[in-house]
Design a protein. Sequence first.
Length: 160
Amino acid sequence: MSILSNTGERKIVVTQNSSRIFGSVLTLLGSAPIIVVLSDAWISGVSFLDVPALYEFLWTNSLKIGFGIRFELIYLIIIGAITTILGVSLLARRTERIEEVTIMTEDVTAILECINCGHQWKEQFAKTQLELMGFPRNRTITRRKCLACGRFTRPKIIRI
């Protein structure tokens, strides 16, 4: 006995926006050296409003990382600014990668009958849902409210 009377398609759209995560990480990584360099200038007593003094401080001082590696502070500012701009541009993008997953379900129309008053009505079910309820061995389904008598009942499946 086949339960299939009509076939339906349900589509689930899954959006993944990995550029937002990557943009957030780049923005944080880019702003970190800028904050470190500007806080080092502030601790050294250089005013941010005195542009020539700040410019001289950035070109004359360097940051020692270790193993003899030194970075001029102006280069850290430039690298931080480029990374921050790249991260913000990734965050500002509106495009998202969309994957479309199609789930094929077999929808069936069942005629139900109230066991109290005998009123009949139609309902849509997925074939898998009916099988999980034990159809065709079990011909009663979960509780529903009858539209005619208003009682909660376990209607019988008359036909598919």
